[in-house]
Write a protein that binds this ligand. Sequence first.
Ligand code: DHB
Length: 399
Amino acid sequence: MSTPVPARTQVAIVGGGPAGLMLSHLLRLRGVDAVVLESRPRERVETRQRAGILEHGTVDALREVGADARMDEIGMPHDGFELRFAGRSVRVDMQELTGRHVMIWAQTEVTKDLIALRLEQGEPLLFDAEVLEVCDVETDSPSVRYRHDGAEHVLHADVVVGADGSYGPSRRAIPEHLVRRFERIYPYSWLGILADVAPSSHELIYARGRTGFALASMRSPSVTRAYIQVPNGTDPASWGDEAIWDELSARFALDDGSFTLARGPISDKSVTPMRSMVTEPMRHGRLFLAGDAAHIVPPTGAKGLNLAVADVRVLAEALGEWFATKDERLVDAYSETALRRVWRASHFSWTMTTMLHVDPDGDPFDEQLALSHLHHIETSESARRALAENYRGLALGDV
Ligand code: DHB
């Protein structure tokens, strides 16, 4: 079914998630050959539940590579979202404040379309390929050693891209003493559910309830996606369905009693820990890192996928230029260019997270700051605009 993997390519891409797949497509459009090696089976990559909001730039990238047909048919453009706190509601009208909207289209679906397109094109993409080591990145001929079907292979390349997530092997090819690592662990996690019931609101609701954060999202006109803040280490099985609906209802409740949450059968439950992490630099020799391999954001605001796509758009441009003309300016600037956006999104994700979650053992001073920020957003149009600009995604020049 899949195209045989050559022993040599221009760009060896480690990781077949959205970052690696999108990069392979963008490179193909620029006439650059790539091989994608993914350690997990196809089925696992295609069923992993992740966030569901695409910024304008991510939508543009899907259009550029031709993976937009199902998104346009089924995806849901949203002009705004709602914040709730202290029993009140504030609408942030992105379209009016910034002239742009976002698209509700799940990462799982994006990934499926990028895989299908790659296989349709007969371009090399190998699942169940366990990368053992990324070698010789300080030379002109790096390589990737991997195991597939019980045999070891070596893929030689001009460039290796590590798009293999925060626990992948690529990062280890950068000597420890050259890496700066920034991290923040949050004292809470998200319990996420999928439920077969129509969304209770036509827009997303981010709530700071009295007992913690809740988010009402959707996957289709008949499927609700929702999250509640839970303590770290929570076992999803310890939450019964009714207890989840009760807690969601309490956290979304409005003082005027005008909101009712629709309940339905829950088909999936999972717990996601929250952390922020940035590693610098994002390049060492002939190795370039992209997406979660270089940075993690907490899920609030759904920046993870969008940042990964933003990285590979910058990288595809840079590598395209380098392979075509040998001009190194863009590849030399890659790490710095990408990190500008990474830190902007890290700040936004941290802001959304700390503003909307309740830390039971937290500092009361921090809590008052969070509430003050919400009050400011409620009363000031320019505060709402700043939030909306970050939420729908900034152009690279505005970061
Ligand atoms: C979803 C996830 C998010 O983290 C978010 O901010 C909005 C939506 C989602 O899964 O739908």
